[in-house]
Design a protein around this ligand. Structure first.
Ligand code: SAM
Length: 372
């Protein structure tokens, strides 16, 4: 038997495909599930994925490049499968996929080289809201500053304007601009007892923030979303809100800019730091640098760091989360079957850095499984 050229990528492709059929994702995302399931069997797709570095998650990059092309051209072989047209994913689908790959091979390679995957699903905000509300339940009710590191387009900066609808409760401000429903399973957390701290202002940091005013940039981000009408609608609404509100986004590295942003804060004002799908892309040295910056800040004020990161780019057998918490063996085993994010909250009670792995979450934020 010939060796599988994408043996290293196949478990990720399989797990991604399976996670797309999760019914919590607005009933599932069969188009992406079928596509990711088929890419590993198509010789043109295999070549394109092999030319893409593993850290970019080649299967996801190729699916986004294909959808980018399909969304731009109603005559594209895959356009009839998009939300709104919803052609059945029958025997003809793999043929259409192959036709799109052959026709656009050069353009797809260029898109995969130029871009990174920019999923940014807004429902991750609801997951952050639940975990932060729980982690800050003993804090004095005082407004906080929110810094979203690796904010990319700035969607994470809408945290103070969203309400999470979860388990019959609503967590977030009365006048929320976006309501996001998520499922909460397991654990002891009672969402009805949770209150999100009021966010006075929010600042984003990113090494290379995309410019959403550029239609090609926005179209690329949209191509990275789940191809489900409801998820597209939420994404479009969230992007419009970011464009209207024009949040402050500083270009640079989290470790350089965080102390400068904190230096502008009044003494004693609490700080809320979020990183969603960011710290996992840093080196362990960079992550430790970030933790030490946070240690120094936490010596002066209340701080919570919420880290919502996948374990995958950490390796096939990751030992610790981005926040430095050991990953239980059962979760390491689950990584081989399923895509999920690890939700960690770090606080500094008595000045001691105390990270907790509070749960795992769907990559699109559709569910949160509480582990405490
Ligand atoms: C995968 S995206 C995640 C975007 C968004 N937070 C989300 O939930 O989808 C990772 C982002 O982190 C940024 N990034 C990576 N390392 C960074 C660092 N050291 N400082 C600031 N931004 C960083 C990248 O530029 C990229 O926009």
């Amino acid at each position: 038997m010939k060796p599988d050229p994408i043996a290293e990528q196949r478990p990720v492709l399989d797990a991604l495909s399976r996670s797309m059929f999760d019914p919590a994702l607005s009933g599932g995302c069969p188009l992406l599930g079928e596509m990711l399931g088929a890419l590993g069997d198509d010789p043109v797709a295999v070549q394109l994925m092999l030319a893409t570095p593993l850290w970019k998650i080649p299967g996801l990059m190729l699916s986004a490049a294909l959808l980018y092309r399909a969304c731009a051209d109603p005559a594209h072989p895959l356009a009839r499968y998009l939300p709104g047209r919803d052609a059945p994913l029958d025997a003809g689908f793999r043929g259409a996929l192959h036709e799109a790959l052959v026709r656009d091979r050069v353009t797809l390679a260029a898109l995969m080289e130029r871009h990174t995957y920019q999923c940014n699903p807004p429902r991750r905000l609801a997951v952050s809201a639940v975990a932060i509300a729980e982690a800050t339940r003993d804090w004095p009710r005082r407004s906080v500053v929110h810094v979203d590191v690796g904010t990319a387009s700035g969607l994470g900066l809408l945290l103070g304007h969203v309400a999470a609808r979860v388990g019959g409760a609503r967590i977030g401000p009365e006048q929320a601009l976006l309501e996001l429903e998520i499922e909460l399973h397991g654990g002891q957390v009672d969402p009805r007892a949770l209150v999100m701290p009021e966010i006075e202002r929010a600042v984003g940091i990113d090494l290379d923030p995309p410019d959403l005013r550029d239609p090609a940039c926005r179209a690329w981000m949209r191509a990275c979303q789940y191809t489900v009408a409801e998820e597209w609608a939420i994404f479009d609404r969230a992007i419009d809100l970011v464009l209207e509100r024009r949040p402050r986004i500083e270009r640079g590295s989290a470790t350089d800019l965080l102390p400068r942003i904190v230096a502008e804060m009044p003494p004693g004002q609490p700080l809320l730091v979020t990183d969603t799908y960011v710290a996992v892309f840093m080196s362990e040295d960079e992550r430790e640098h970030l933790r030490r910056e946070l240690d120094a800040i936490a010596a002066e004020r209340l701080v919570v760091w919420l880290s919502q990161d996948p374990p995958v780019p950490l390796g096939r057998h990751p030992e610790r989360t981005t926040a430095g918490v050991p990953i239980p063996a059962a979760l390491v085993e689950r990584i081989h079957r399923e895509m999920f994010g690890l939700v960690c909250v770090t606080t500094w009670p008595g000045g001691v850095r105390t990270p907790r792995l509070v749960g795992v979450t769907h990559p699109g934020g559709c569910w949160l499984e509480w582990h405490e």
